[in-house]
Design a protein around this ligand. Sequence first.
Ligand SMILES: [Zn+2]
Length: 277
Amino acid sequence: MPRHIVCLTFDFDTQSGFIARGMTTPTPLSRGEFGAMASGRILTFLKERSIKATWFVPGFTIESWPRECAAVVENGHEIGHHSWAHIPPANQTRVEEEADLVRANENIRALTGRTARGYRSPSWDLSAHTIDLLIKHGFLYDTSLMGADYIPYRARRGDVAELGKPFQFGEETSLIEMPISWSLDDYPHFEFVRTPQSVLASMQPPRAVMQSWHDEFSYMKKTVAWGVLTITMHPFVIGRGQRMLALEDFVAKLAADGAVFMTMEQAAEEARKRLFP
Ligand SMILES: [Zn+2]
């Protein structure tokens, strides 16, 4: 019996990403603040459709927006780990990375009663130590790598990439990788960001983007009997009215096409049974 899973995921960054990039003047901060406001309308929409989603919430957001985070938990959604301060692990030492991991996990334990099962790195850039640290701290899955599209796989540690030499594959671990893609993330499609170094001027029409996401689902259905499509969104991005309307129609279309919606933890558990029969 074919089974095509869709995980709707929300990276609840609020102001953390802007602060991590040094954008601490009032307007960028307010842009992150909009995410806290928009989280309520996303929760309402998910409730209307009886969909359980996964929210990757930095410790910063849990401490700064306690009522909004409590509402996510009260609605039955999974809380995943998304660092404390939204600094990519690739920019941290192992000691800094582990301290950040532990600090945010304590926030998640206080919020939900248990530590996180899933991890998503800020800005999707793991360090050489991340997989080790996730295993050490009892994680079931990571969702930061792009080595597949619909089929979860075992994360490796100890890969070696050296210029001029063949790639050396490290050992497969017990950590389940739930692959992602920038093309399935709302941020690069929709945001306008100007920094001294760069300009990201996307502002794509929401329905065109959602059509491309739906095409991914159609291709998954066409090519595999079982698979997981993970969509990454940010409340401060997707929460704008024009995008919410497009999201509502996209989800309705997925449901009509037989998509099975679940949390990433549930999908990772299914994947684990397949990878470790
Ligand atoms: Zn984030």
